[in-house]
Design a protein around this ligand. Structure first.
Ligand code: GDD
Ligand code: MG
Length: 351
């Protein structure tokens, strides 16, 4: 049986002022399509995975947001994290939880904040990976052709000699420094890790047992039956004791049964306003507009976002992020988009 877990516990601070810790980006309709990123992720997965087998992992403070946005799921399908511990603990916990219910289950792990337009191609790739994981003890990930030395991604080097669709991974390197990323790009046989993982619950549980026995022991010993109140208590009590580490560092860099399928769909990690601008349809002057009614004169390559429908008049401004929300107006150069994260702390202190 197929299962999916959607990770929706991040904060998305570079999308401030829209994304906040009370209301992170995955719960917003960032693309102006009428659906939030979480709803889009769910809808995509639900085409191949029954809704009762889709779990959402998030912080306990986002329970109501999650249930409201996904009326298709029951409250038991939301795993509530009492603390932020990055992705390894929530992935292991959900794998063990599913395994308890169904030892032969296959599981997909998806972030909740990605832009994927070609759903058909995505689902075909998922099917190919699931088929491989059904037969073999593979930890699978989807690889994206890199276009610049981005230091915010994981890099995957595939074995050169392999000509098959699914390639063995020679090395997985999470967030290399800039020089290393440049070398990887020049080498030609590296891909970006899309952050979408597929495996059997048995394979990932075994990988934790081997590479992080402490975390494995913490969760595997005594995990109660699926979707019971005992299970809920177990999670509330033990989750915070887990090491704060991502799946990439904890498992993907260490395991020797990692395999990659090159993604056949166009992908973007919607991490910044600039990334959103890249992926959106644009006007003849390369401005991207979400919800606003634009009146843009001498204005080029701007990202204009309003929380509700509103006339926005811009003249003489290029390459800016212009975000209007009830309580905040942000006008910020696109080239400094990475600074929004630190800006936020500064603003909070002085506001
Ligand atoms: N439930 C839960 N709990 N989800 C979390 C937590 C947590 O404590 N921390 C992060 N997440 C969610 C985020 O909301 C996001 O959807 C996903 O897990 C990945 O976390 P990020 O923090 O966005 O990771 P990253 O972007 O730095 O790196 C990962 O993704 C890249 C591609 O987008 C890595 O897998 C990289 O290797 C990869 O290239
Ligand atoms: Mg990310």
């Amino acid at each position: 049986d197929y299962y999916a877990v959607i990770m929706a516990g991040g904060i998305g601070s570079r999308f401030w002022p829209v994304s906040t810790s009370d209301f992170p980006k995955q719960f917003h309709d960032m693309l102006g399509t009428g659906q939030t990123l979480l709803q889009k992720t769910f809808g995509r997965l639900n085409k191949i995975i029954p809704s009762k087998n889709i779990l959402v992992l998030t912080n306990e403070r986002y329970l109501q947001l999650t249930l409201k946005q996904l009326p298709q799921i029951a409250e038991e399908q939301v795993i509530l994290e009492p603390a932020m511990r990055n992705t390894a603990p929530c992935i292991l916990l959900s794998a063990l939880k599913i395994k308890k219910q169904n030892p032969n289950a296959l599981m997909l792990v998806a972030p909740s904040d990605h832009w994927i337009e070609d759903e058909t191609a995505f689902l075909e790739d998922v099917q190919i990976c699931f088929d491989a994981c059904q037969r073999k003890d593979y930890l699978m990930t989807l690889g994206i052709k890199p276009t610049f030395p981005n230091t915010g991604y994981g890099y995957i080097e595939a074995e050169k000699k392999e000509s098959s669709v699914i390639k063995k991974v020679k090395q997985f390197r999470e967030k290399p420094d800039y020089e290393t990323a440049k070398q990887f790009l020049a080498a030609g046989n590296f891909m970006w890790n899309a952050g979408i993982f597929l495996w059997s619950v048995k394979s990932i549980s075994d990988a934790f047992e081997e590479n992080n026995p402490v975390m494995h022991a913490l969760f595997s010993e005594g995990i109660p039956a699926y979707n019971t109140s005992e299970e809920k208590e177990f999670i509330a009590e033990n989750y915070g004791k887990a090491e704060n580490v991502s799946i990439d560092y904890a498992i993907m860099e260490k395991a020797d049964n990692v395999y990659v399928k090159k993604a056949s769909f166009d992908w973007n990690d919607l991490g910044t306003w600039g990334a959103l601008h890249d992926k959106m349809d644009k006007d003849s002057q390369e401005n991207a507009v979400v919800r606003a009614v634009p009146h843009l004169k001498e204005a080029h390559r701007n990202m204009v976002y309003t929380a509700s429908k509103k006339l926005v008049v811009v003249d003489g401004i290029d390459d800016y992020i212009i975000v209007d929300k009830e309580d905040v107006l942000l006008i910020y150069p696109k080239e400094k988009e990475q600074d929004i994260k630190s800006l936020l702390a500064d603003v909070k202190e002085n506001f």
